[in-house]
Unconditional design. Structure first.
Length: 256
């Protein structure tokens, strides 16, 4: 059974069709990429999956649960995590608090227990702090736990955003241009890291990326969008030699 299924999804901004007849079957454990020129509709697809926008037409299901009509926080509670093309941290909170706050989509204590600091609240808070520090350690950010997020270098902010996304305990992780602003050496490290977190956290990953080395190197399947429509879909070796894709996005020569 597919983890995520999108069926004939369309979305309009006024009279403009930003996404047209988008279909996707994402199987548990897959790592799938979405590519396309700027304005192709890639981030719009992510925003439709995560409830930022409500699809004008069609269905998006997480297993048996319809996501169209649900709010972003409801979808987060269903264990769907994401990062953003433009980093969106709680800039004036500490590094530790940025990760801590993501856990609250899954807390099991009641408002009354939180107000009175009863046993289950204290136990849960201790678990959240311990797990937050564990994630910071994995991302080599533990020594920066007390720093204000906006003061971190760009690369560290990117790592913090992924750590925060993992704090909700996602089953599905959406990565929106995780390699943006990285140099070739950092991209190599990111490729290894994405594959590691996929195994370590047993994730299904859907990513948007312009860095073809990353997409072709780690994705099992690639979906190509152009002006909101699906241009091609298949394994990397088929995509990088597809004449329509080469014309629309990758240039005239196959990607080596």
């Amino acid at each position: 059974m597919a983890l995520l299924t999108a069926t004939r999804v369309r979305h309009y901004f006024g009279g403009l069709c930003a996404v047209s007849d988008f279909n996707l079957d994402l199987q548990p454990g897959e790592l799938v990429g979405i590519i396309g020129p700027n304005g192709a509709g890639k981030t719009t697809v992510f925003n439709l999956i995560t409830g930022v926008y409500r699809a004008s037409e069609g269905s998006i299901r997480l297993r048996d649960t319809e996501l169209v009509g649900k709010t972003p926080h409801q979808i987060t509670a269903l264990r769907v995590g994401r990062t953003f093309q433009n980093i969106r941290l709680f800039r004036d909170l500490s590094v530790l608090d940025n990760v801590r706050i993501a856990h609250y989509a899954q807390v099991r204590y009641s408002p009354l227990e939180a107000l009175l600091h009863l046993g289950r609240y204290r136990q849960e808070e201790q678990r959240i702090i311990e797990n937050s520090r564990r994630l910071l350690s994995i991302f080599k950010l533990e020594h920066l736990a007390g720093e204000i997020a906006k003061n971190l270098p760009y690369g560290s902010q990117r790592r913090l955003e992924i750590a925060r996304a993992l704090a909700i305990g996602p089953e599905l992780l959406l990565l929106d241009e995780p390699a943006a602003g990285m140099n070739p050496n950092e991209i190599d490290q990111l490729m290894e890291f994405i594959q590691w977190i996929r195994r370590e956290f047993q994730l299904t990953i859907l990513l948007i990326e312009h860095q073809m080395k990353l997409v072709m190197g780690i994705c099992e399947r690639i979906k190509v969008l152009d002006f909101g429509e699906t241009l091609a879909e298949g394994p990397p070796e088929a995509i990088q030699n597809d004449p329509k894709v080469l014309e629309a996005y990758l240039g005239e020569e196959p990607v080596g």
